[in-house]
Each structure stands twice: as structure tokens, then as C-alpha cells.
Write a protein that binds this ligand. Structure first.
Ligand code: CU
Length: 149
């Protein structure tokens, strides 16, 4: 059993090194990122467009923000007249496609701002993808009445 395992390991190592080489060009990008600032200590929502130029689907697997105590991927789910939010572990960005986070659907939940949010400033959010890429975007802080870009 030792030889096949060794062969398999070699194949895996070769595979990953080829992928690392091919992955030198980034495939994930974030654009149009903005944060809807809510007053006081209320959680704010972050919205953006994630694009994938690769041949394989990519999962957005996490988000981090130094300016907040907590950042999570959320999805708003409407049932009749009520809506609730659920945390999502990952969201797929299709190959050669994009995924839009917008009010009423997917959003980044930003809780416990370390400083009051100022309209007109930008806050960096860092997005992690399933292929190990991390993309940081400067997100414009907009007023609570903003519903879209
Ligand atoms: Cu939420």
C-alpha cells in the first residue's frame, strides 16, 4: 500500500504546484463596494460585486474588516411580509461570471464599528475565496437611505 500512496501524494503535489503557477494571475476581484451606514451601534450592511475571470467556479468563503468587531456573510430571506437574515458559509461566484451583493439579498453584516462611520469616507473590507485568494476593496460609506449604487 505504500507505493500507491506515494504516487498519489506526488500527483497531488505536482497538481498543486501547477495550480499555484497558473494562479499567479488573480481570478477574483471586487468592485462597486459600499457600506450602508446605520447610526450608533446598529449593524451596517456591505454590498459589492464579486467577479471571477477563471475557468472554475469560485466560492466567496469569508470577509474581514479591521474597522468592525464582527463581519459576516449574510443572506436576507423574505417569507411573505417578514424577512429574516441567515449566515452563509460560502457563496459561489460562477466561472467567467459575477455575483452581486445588494440590499434585500446577500450582504456583509458589519457589527460593532470601532469608530462611528463617516459618510463619504472609505473602509477596507478583505474578501477570502476558496482558492486562497484574498482581495481587499475600499468600500464607500453611504447614508442609510441609499438602496443601491
Ligand atoms: Cu445581515
Amino acid at each position: 500500500m505504500k507505493t500507491p500512496r506515494k504516487l498519489l501524494l506526488t500527483a497531488l503535489l505536482c497538481g498543486s504546484s501547477i495550480q499555484a503557477f497558473a494562479g499567479a494571475a488573480t481570478t477574483a476581484s471586487i468592485s462597486d463596494c459600499w457600506i450602508r451606514a446605520l447610526p450608533g451601534d446598529l449593524p451596517s450592511g456591505g454590498y459589492f460585486k464579486a467577479s471571477n475571470t477563471g475557468d472554475q467556479p469560485l466560492d466567496l468563503v469569508g470577509v474581514s474588516a479591521d474597522a468592525f468587531g464582527m463581519a459576516m456573510l449574510h443572506q436576507t430571506q423574505s417569507q411573505g411580509s417578514t424577512s429574516s437574515m441567515a449566515m452563509v458559509e460560502q457563496v459561489a461566484v460562477p466561472a467567467h461570471g459575477s455575483l452581486v451583493f445588494a440590499p434585500g439579498n446577500y450582504h456583509v453584516m458589519l457589527e460593532h464599528p470601532k469608530q462611528p462611520l463617516k459618510i463619504g469616507t472609505t473602509i477596507p473590507l478583505t474578501f477570502s475565496f476558496s482558492d486562497g485568494e484574498k482581495v481587499t476593496a475600499a468600500c464607500a460609506v453611504k447614508s442609510a437611505s441609499t438602496m443601491s449604487q
